[in-house]
Design a protein around this ligand. Sequence first.
Ligand SMILES: *Cc1c(COP(=O)(O)O)cnc(C)c1O
Length: 339
Amino acid sequence: MAPEPDRIQLAQLPTPLVQLSRLNEELDGARIWMKRDDLTGLEVSGNKIRKLEYILADACFAGQDTIVTEGTSQSNHCRATAAACAKAGLKALLLFRPEADGVPQGNHLLDVLFGAETRSYSRVRFDADHDQIVNDVLAELIATGRNPRYTPMGASEPLGCWGYIRAAAELAEQLRAVDIERCDLVVPISSGGTCAGLLLGLLLHGLEHVTLWAVPVSDDIPYHKRVVSRLCREAIESFQLPIELDESRLQFIDGYVGAGYGIPTPAAIATLQHVARAEGIVLDPVYTAKAFCAVLDAVREGRWGREHPVVFVQTGGIFSNFAWPERVLRGMDSDRSAR
Ligand SMILES: *Cc1c(COP(=O)(O)O)cnc(C)c1O
């Protein structure tokens, strides 16, 4: 096995593993735990920062000065990249599919504060000409004397998978400390690097009694299977990981995407509001609220057995709430601070 690649320390680790006591009581003795990866930091919070520790170390080692990446204008990944670059003394150039006009809000507001350069493209153009756009931007930067490093959406490249390979080791130790051997581990999936890292990590760190469940929030299962499989295979090869890829260790729970990426379902919004009141924990409308709906449904239906502990990876995303107040507060009597 090749050694673990270099990382620069950006995240506050380990993140807490906590039991959701009030929610569990409400659910008649359920055993839901949360791995608080929303607490990897404040500016540099969420799941992307674990991946960026490796990507930025790689860029710094290679003498690169600019990270080029992409996402929507409310992308948590773009914001985490912008913050991490400001910390590390690098420039960030973000290729955006804008979601709203007007004054920057939420994650986008932070991108501006962190000094990231942004370029916007229509969704249609970006999807159609993606590689061309990226290559042109990189060529342009090089022509002006800069030395850029590109990382794809979500930093979901083989090197980025190390973030969650490492997180799996961290979780293994925490599960041991609370005497949990068997559990279901649930995570939202979009660009796939988090899930791929966790799958590799479970195989590498001997967590054979942990069942990994991915809840799609953007695409269909065949797409996610393809991406995770490719990421895992490339990582196994590049880093000579001493494991056989067993794709049956990753299962999916479908039915929570709704009308599409970034469009919250009524159930997701109700879940977000419910968890905020029951636990004082804020989910996000794009990823974690949809995925946590899946957890609540499975627990309510007793799908995994009453006594079975469930660990939900809270991957972050708090700032996008502030970009969409009317979506997040839908149905609440927000003017009169309901109940
Ligand atoms: C990006 C993101 C995810 C999905 O992780 P992937 O590695 O892209 O699959 C989940 N939750 C939040 C809050 C995110 O920002």
